[in-house]
Write a new protein. Structure first.
Length: 164
């Protein structure tokens, strides 16, 4: 069982805040969204033993490392993955995530081939994890400590395109 203090989903109501809250304050919600509080589980070891269920996406970085994105309770996903034989950790609080709608904004901040998403690579000069929504938005996840900087870079890129 995952200790409650390790999972943001187990925090007392009203105590949880996004690391991007200030950086995205006033940002155009049609251009960028904060997805930091959606569940992310890091899986290591026997990745093949973990199956994504409805509402989840498993993004493999190698045969022994993956991230499972969930709209459910990540602490429950951790317990399920561990029961299947993998090492699993709730990474929700370790990552800051934002969804970007405009491909031009993404191209200003990364030289990755956007057709190869899901992938990992550089974004705004830091390492990021990328995945694409069904609606075309690209979700970018970075270390929580770098989230504010990355969100500011995205907002600046959006403003630069609007003023061009």
């Amino acid at each position: 069982m995952t200790p409650a203090f390790l999972s943001p989903s187990r925090c007392d109501e009203g105590t949880l805040a996004s690391p991007l809250r200030r950086a995205l304050e006033g940002a155009d919600a049609d251009a960028v969204r904060d997805v930091s509080l959606e569940g992310v589980v890091e899986i290591r070891g026997d990745v093949d033993s973990v199956l994504a269920t409805t509402g989840e996406e498993l993004v493999r970085l190698s045969h022994r490392r993956a991230f499972l994105f969930t709209y459910g309770d990540p602490a429950e996903v951790v317990d399920r993955a561990r029961a299947a034989g993998a090492l699993a950790y709730d990474a929700t609080g370790a990552l800051a995530g934002l969804a970007v709608a405009n491909e031009q904004v993404l191209r200003r901040l990364t030289d990755l081939d956007l057709e190869r998403i899901p992938t990992a690579g550089p974004f705004a000069r830091v390492t990021a994890l990328f995945r694409r929504d069904a609606d075309g938005w690209v979700r970018v996840y970075v270390q929580q400590e770098l989230g504010h900087y990355v969100a500011e870079a995205v907002v600046d890129a959006i403003a630069g395109l609007e003023n061009a």
